[in-house]
Design a protein around this ligand. Structure first.
Ligand SMILES: Nc1ncnc2c1ncn2[C@@H]1O[C@H](COP(=O)(O)OP(=O)(O)OP(=O)(O)O)[C@@H](O)[C@H]1O
Length: 849
């Protein structure tokens, strides 16, 4: 049998023989075994002698040739995938001795220069490259010259003939006798680096489990041992999988274990494995030599082709290769995971019938919305004046402010539900009762909670007392008339008045403040006009405005003038705190005042958050000073503060670190504000106003006698924000020291049969006698003569003359007409609400189905 055919049969060549044939040089037969650690590079001398002799020649030459462990053979191995038709060459030429014969033999171990490629490291390769530069043309990169040296072929060890085994054994012996290259031993970096944990996105690497590169620097063997006790040398076999170059107890592994090869980060590892800038293109294919190269014609790993999904499905990457995937920051990964989980939870809600899935409470609230809303409706049915929309229309403004404690009052404004909230199945869990004749109003939050079994539900209503509460039907006029107007009049009369918006982001602080600003501009000038109506024009006070924003804990920016310098807070001699460098503009008309306010607000720092597209990320402080010209008179001061929205950890969960820091600072300043107002309201000694810039600015408001301060807490009604609403209400109740009056009602079970509960608010025709009596008392219709038989249904059937005759002893026509109208109006209101609720329920049910 001809020699080449014999080799082919013996060593199981499945390719490459063509190249051998083609080259017809008859000099190099590269042979690899499927013990991938051994790559035998044979050199044969052309001979016409019998096959046996040829084979012996081959063995002889192999003995002089090289054993190439997988580590240094990856790239060349990959080249084997490329049937480019290039011939194989002697490994010796890789070291710049192209065409020369072997320089060392088993009898004489190689010198440093004659080191076998099996022991080559990066530096050896570079060394070889350097050497080769003298012999090869400068254009010939190391990569190219090296790649051309080897073609690898696999041989099944079990199929190998005794001769083949002899070759392998001999190669092993040669291999073991070779010295460890100095450069290899010296390879650990002098300086150890801490590495970040690397979690590989499974999509890109198709690894079944995450590979985490420990932060600690490890030597490579340590790292490899960690990965299942086998040495993983980071190479890709022709199938794209990782080839284990040698089991741990094999000679090379022993050497590696001894060598202190530091694992200097995945990139370094890749570079050490394949040569700087060299590496597989992840498809297991030979790198295209025309690929972009660095100065030595070697492309950096980041330039390697990324595997297609199909290719990666069978790929098992080690950390060294996996590093080539671009890693997202951990915060971003976490964000994505949490978001995906929430989306998944929401989506799966319709699929899971038994409800035994662990859900976060917000998701659970939406999922069991029908049952919860039915329960809340029942509650409201028992107390028909909740959210009824009177909003103190029967009271004068000062009546509400007089309820305050030591000049501090707390108002709550509930905003309406937004369409997008209704669309996602959210519902109203805040009930306002502002009809009582008590010194405070009640805001009830219906906390919808799941039992631990995630099947049963319970409701835990909590009631918060506040100076005044306004439901979703209130308008800006109501707020101004009852809350702001008395304070504006106070300021016009040389008092110090402060209105402060507080609450969760996106709950309507800026909206409410805008309404107040518009009306206050008018109101202030009206009050001054009124005060100085009979006085000479020259006596009129000078009205100036300053508008600054407080960002974070220290920064204070002027908003009236663009790009003016930073504003400093300085203590003035009279004890007040002045805004140094802040522009002060005199205004002479309400329009001018409002114009300046609008201008300044336009320059305020806002940012889009999950809760609000234009969330204010600073406290806006507008100070309107009323300076009287008469000597000895106090200055009047109206301060309008729109605080930045407070955020709970959930809201800031998706923020970057800057935003989280900013949120923390906002919350800290709001906390110190609360402490100061609380101290002012309770008159309990020192007011810690120095704890933040916000409280420093408000020093006069805290300390001046007769100063009045009103905190308007804005709350969102939706179930998703229950915790935040409760937190806001608890805080404001604490400010005026009524937090001990917060009433947590006993929790009660919510049964699913409530799903079919009737709409809650009853029209007058459904009222019983008691209900009717309460209504008439509320509307101040005490003169109506009611007997036990009178109920809503009966009254709704009466005409005005009948009412005159039956319900009023003096047959008062006006009152009878008023009662008639009131009942019709209430009927219209309730039917409108019922219609709306029915539409919402219908929509929600439809969506759930
Ligand atoms: N009572 C209300 N009636 C109608 N719309 C309202 C009401 N309150 C708030 N909104 C709307 O809600 C959105 C958010 O309100 P706003 O910007 O006032 O919230 P915010 O509390 O100031 O938020 P942030 O603290 O993030 O600045 C706005 O589009 C606003 O018009």
């Amino acid at each position: 049998m001809p020699f080449l055919s014999r080799i082919k049969k013996e060593f199981g060549f499945n390719r490459g023989t063509n190249e051998l044939d083609k080259t017809d040089r008859g000099e190099v037969v590269p042979i690899a075994t499927n013990r991938p650690k051994l790559t035998v590079d044979c050199k044969m001398t052309p001979s016409s002698s019998p096959d046996k002799e040829n084979e012996l020649n081959c063995i002889d030459n192999v003995a002089y040739s090289t054993v190439v462990p997988k580590k240094v053979m990856e790239s060349s191995e990959l080249h084997a995938e490329d049937n480019s038709g290039r011939g194989t060459k002697s490994p010796s030429s890789a070291r710049g001795r192209k065409g020369s014969d072997m320089k060392y033999s088993s009898a004489s171990p190689p010198t440093r220069q004659a080191r076998v490629p099996s022991a080559w490291t990066i530096s050896d390769r570079c060394f070889a490259n350097g050497e080769s530069s003298s012999a090869s043309s400068p254009e010939t990169s190391f990569a190219d010259s090296y790649d051309e040296q080897f073609e690898l072929y696999t041989l099944d060890e079990n199929e190998a003939s005794p001769e083949s085994r002899a070759i392998i054994d001999e190669m092993d012996q040669i291999y073991q006798s070779l010295p460890m290259p100095e450069s290899y031993l010296m390879s650990p970096p002098k300086k150890l680096q801490l590495l970040p944990d690397i979690v590989l996105p499974s999509k890109q690497t198709s690894m079944s489990e995450k590979v985490t590169v420990p932060k600690k620097n490890m030597d490579s063997s340590e790292l490899l041992v960690k990965q299942g006790g086998r040495e993983q040398r980071g190479g890709l076999n022709k199938d794209g999988g990782v080839e284990s170059s040698r089991v741990a107890n094999e000679p090379f592994a022993t050497r590696i274990a001894g060598a202190k090869t530091a694992y200097d980060g995945p990139r370094r590892n890749v570079e050490e494995t394949f040569g700087k800038g060299k590496g597989p293109n992840m498809n297991g294919n030979r790198r295209n030599s025309s690929a972009p190269n660095d100065s030595r014609g070697i492309s950096a790993p980041r330039e390697w082709d990324m595997p297609s999904e199909k290719d990666t499905s069978s790929m098992n990457l080690t950390p060294s290769t996996a590093v080539t995937t671009k890693r997202k920051p951990l915060t971003v990964q976490r964000e994505e995971e949490q978001r995906n989980q929430r989306v998944k939870d929401a989506k799966s809600s319709s699929n899971e019938r038994d409800g035994r899935r662990n859900l976060d409470k917000r998701t659970a609230r939406l999922r069991f919305a029908d049952a919860f809303t039915a329960d809340i409706m029942q509650h409201r049915q028992r107390q028909p004046y909740l959210n009824c929309g009177t909003n103190h229309s029967d009271k004068s403004g000062s009546q509400i402010q007089d309820r305050g404690v030591n000049g501090v009052s707390i108002a709550v404004r509930k905003r309406p539900m937004f369409d997008y909230e209704l669309d996602r199945g959210d519902y109203d869990v805040v009930s306002i009762d502002n009809t009582t004749e008590m010194t405070h109003d009640i805001t009830t939050v219906h906390n919808c909670v799941m039992h631990a079994d995630m099947k049963r539900m319970y409701m835990k209503p909590t009631s918060y007392p506040v100076t005044a509460a306004f439901d979703e039907h209130c308008c800006d006029d109501d707020i101004y008339r009852h809350i702001a107007e008395p304070l504006v009049i106070d300021a016009a009369n040389d008092g110090v008045a402060t209105i402060l918006m507080y609450g969760q982001t996106g709950c309507g602080k800026s909206h409410t403040m805008s309404g107040i600003e518009t009306r206050a501009s008018q109101g202030l000038f009206q009050a001054i006009d009124f005060k100085f109506a009979c006085k000479p024009q020259n006596d009129r006070p000078m009205i100036t405005i300053q508008f600054v924003e407080l960002c974070g804990s220290k920064v204070c920016n002027d908003l009236l003038v663009k790009n003016s310098g930073e504003v400093k807070l300085v203590d003035a001699e009279d004890g007040s705190v002045h805004l140094l460098n802040a522009t002060s503009i005199e205004v002479k008309s309400p329009e001018e005042l409002l114009g300046q306010i609008m201008l300044a607000k336009g320059r305020r720092a806002t940012e889009a958050t999950d809760m609000n597209g234009v969330s204010s990320r600073s406290h806006a402080v507008c100070q309107i000073e009323i300076k009287c010209k008469q000597p000895g008179s106090n200055r009047g001061l109206l301060t309008l503060i729109d605080c930045a929205g407070s955020e709970r950890s959930h809201d800031s969960m998706y923020h970057n670190s800057d935003r989280q820091k900013e949120s923390a600072e906002i919350n800290a300043s709001l906390y110190s504000l609360k402490e100061c107002i609380r101290a002012r309201a309770n008159k309990n000694g020192r007011i810690p106003f120095r704890s933040s810039s916000l409280t420093r600015i408000l020093k006069e408001s805290f300390e001046r006698d007769g100063a009045r301060l009103c905190v308007i807490a804005c709350v969102a009604p939706n179930a998703t924000d229950t915790e935040h609403t409760m937190e806001t209400l608890k805080t404001v109740a604490g400010i005026v020291g009524v937090d001990d009056q917060i009433k947590e009602e006993k929790a009660h079970e919510v049964s699913s049969h409530l799903l079919e509960a009737k709409p809650t608010i009853l029209p007058p025709s459904g009222w019983d006698h008691e209900h009717l009596k309460k209504f008439l008392a509320l509307k101040k219709m005490e003169r109506v003569l009611l007997t036990e038989k009178h109920d809503g249904k009966l009254l709704m059937k009466m005409s005005v003359p009948q009412m005159r005759a039956q319900l009023f002893d003096d047959r008062d026509k006006e009152l009878a007409q008023k009662l008639f109208d009131l009942l019709r109006k209430e009927n219209d209101r309730v039917t409108a609400i019922q219609r709306k609720e029915r539409a919402i329920l219908k929509k929600e049910r439809k969506e759930r189905v």
